[in-house]
Design a protein around this ligand. Structure first.
Ligand code: NAP
Ligand code: GDD
Length: 345
C-alpha cells in the first residue's frame, strides 16, 4: 500500500517536531514547511533530518510562509497531501498585542490561504485539513469548564485571529465538503517549548538559579490559571482528529488547572529549591532561605488584557477519539526539568 503523505505548516515549532516524529513512526512521508530566517530555525527537527534512514526519503523540508499565498498554493498542488496540518502561527499572545496586523495575516489569513489552495487545486476529496485552534479563543470564559459548545470571547489579537481561522475552517467544510477539522487545544508544553512561554521560562530560570547560573526570575501575572498538558500527547490527538469518519471539532485538555505560582512551587519541589512567598498581587516576591529575592514581578510581562483562567473539558475527545493524556503535570515538569539540566551541564 502506498504511504500516506502529510504536509505540516509550522514543522519547526514545538508541535510540528513532535507531530513529524509521530507520523514518521506511523510510516507517513512527511513534508514540512519552514520559513526563511537569518539564523537557523530547524533545531527541533534537525535530528529527524539528519537521521540517515529518514533524511530525504521520509522527511522533506520546503521553504514557504503563511503570508505568501503563492508558496502555499505551489506546495499543496505539488505534494497533493492526504493530510495537511496547519500548526504555523505567530503563537505568542503577548507579542500579538505588539504586532496585531502580522498576527492576523499569518494566523487568520494564512489558514484561509491553505483552504483556498485545497479548493483551487480540486483537492477537496483528497486532502484532509487540521487547524490548530486554541483555548485562547475562550478568553473571558463564558462557562467553566470549557467544551466545544462554550461561547468564545477572545481577549487578544492572537485569539481573535485564531477565531477567524476556526470559523473559516468550518465554513470551507460546510461550503465545499472539505474534510476540515479544528482542534481546540489547551496549553501544552514540553522540553521543546519556546523559551518565552511561561512554563519554559520558569523551568529554565529556576534550574539555572539552582546551580548558580542565574540570580533572579522576572514574571508577570502569576495568579492566572492554565490547563497544562504535554505536547507529545496533544499531537496524537491532532492525528486522531483526522482519522475520524467525519470532520469535527474537538477540545483537547487535561481537565486540571494550576496557577503560574503553583507551577513555580511544583518546579521548586522537583528541583529541591526552597522559596518563601511574601507580599500580595504585583508586589508578591519569592525569597531564598538566606533572604535573597529570587522571583519578582516586572510590569513588562503584564499584558494589556490577560486570560485569567482556562480549564478544558475533553470528554468528547475521550469518547469519540479514545484520547486521553498520558502525562500529568508532575510528569511534564520532570521531563522539562531533566531536559533543562542536561542542556545546562
Ligand atoms: P510554536 O512553537 O510557536 O511554532 C509555530 C510554528 O509556526 C513554527 O514552526 C514557526 O516557524 C511557524 N511560523 C510562524 N510564523 C510563520 C509564518 N509566517 N510562515 C510560516 N511558518 C510560520 O507553536 P506550537 O506551540 O508548536 O503551536 C503550534 C500551533 O498550535 C500554533 O498555531 C499555535 O498557535 C497553536 N496552539 C498552541 C498551543 C500550545 O499551548 N502550544 C495551544 C493551542 C494552540 P519558526 O520556527 O521559524 O518560528
Ligand atoms: N509568557 C509569559 N511570560 N507569560 C507570563 C509571564 C511571563 O513572564 N508571567 C506570567 N505569565 C502569564 C501570562 O500572563 C498568561 O496568563 C500565562 O502566564 C500563560 O502565558 P504563556 O505561557 O505565554 O501562554 P498563553 O496561555 O498566553 O498562550 C499559550 O497557550 C495558548 C493556548 O491557551 C500559547 O501557546 C498560545 O499559542 C496558545 O494558543
Amino acid at each position: 500500500m502506498a504511504k500516506k503523505v502529510a504536509l505540516i505548516f509550522g514543522v519547526t515549532g514545538q508541535d510540528g517536531s513532535y507531530l513529524s516524529e509521530f507520523l514518521i513512526k506511523k510510516k507517513y512521508i512527511v513534508h514540512g514547511v519552514k520559513r526563511r530566517s537569518s539564523s537557523i530555525n530547524t533545531q527541533r527537527v534537525d535530528h529527524i533530518y539528519q537521521d540517515p534512514h529518514e533524511s530525504k526519503k521520509n522527511f522533506i523540508l520546503h521553504y514557504g510562509d503563511m503570508t505568501d499565498a503563492t508558496s502555499i498554493s505551489k506546495l499543496i498542488s505539488m505534494i497533493k497531501p492526504n493530510e495537511i496540518y496547519n500548526l504555523a502561527a505567530q503563537s505568542h499572545v503577548a507579542v500579538s498585542f505588539e504586532i496585531p496586523e502580522y498576527t492576523a495575516n499569518a494566523d487568520a489569513l494564512g489558514t484561509l490561504r491553505i483552504l483556498e489552495a485545497i479548493k483551487f487545486h480540486g483537492l477537496e476529496k483528497k486532502s484532509k485539513f487540521y487547524q490548530a485552534g486554541t483555548s485562547e479563543m475562550y478568553g473571558k470564559v463564558q462557562s467553566v469548564p470549557q467544551n466545544e459548545k462554550t461561547n468564545f470571547y477572545p481577549l487578544s489579537p492572537y485569539g481573535v485571529a485564531k477565531l477567524y481561522a476556526h470559523w473559516i475552517t468550518i465554513n470551507y467544510r460546510q461550503a465545499y465538503g472539505i474534510f476540515a477539522a479544528n482542534g481546540i487545544l489547551f496549553n501544552h508544553e514540553s522540553p521543546r517549548r519556546g523559551e518565552t512561554f511561561v512554563t519554559k521560562k520558569i523551568v529554565s530560570a529556576l534550574c539555572k538559579i539552582k546551580v548558580g547560573l542565574q540570580k533572579k526570575l522576572f514574571l508577570g501575572n502569576i495568579s492566572s490559571k492554565r490547563d497544562w498538558g504535554h505536547a507529545k500527547d496533544y499531537v496524537v490527538a491532532m492525528w486522531k482528529i483526522l482519522q475520524q469518519k467525519k470532520p469535527d471539532d474537538f477540545v483537547i485538555a487535561t481537565g486540571k488547572q494550576y496557577s503560574i505560582k503553583q507551577f513555580v512551587n511544583l518546579v521548586c519541589k522537583e528541583i529541591k529549591l526552597d522559596i518563601t512567598w511574601k507580599g500580595k498581587g504585583l508586589r508578591e516576591k519569592a525569597f531564598s532561605k538566606d533572604g535573597k529575592i529570587l522571583i519578582e514581578c516586572d510590569n513588562r510581562y503584564i499584558r494589556p488584557l490577560d486570560v485569567n483562567t482556562l480549564l478544558g473539558n475533553a470528554s468528547k475527545a475521550r469518547k469519540k477519539l479514545k484520547w486521553k493524556p498520558a502525562h500529568n503535570i508532575n510528569q511534564l515538569i520532570k521531563d522539562m526539568v531533566s531536559a533543562e539540566f542536561k542542556s545546562i551541564n
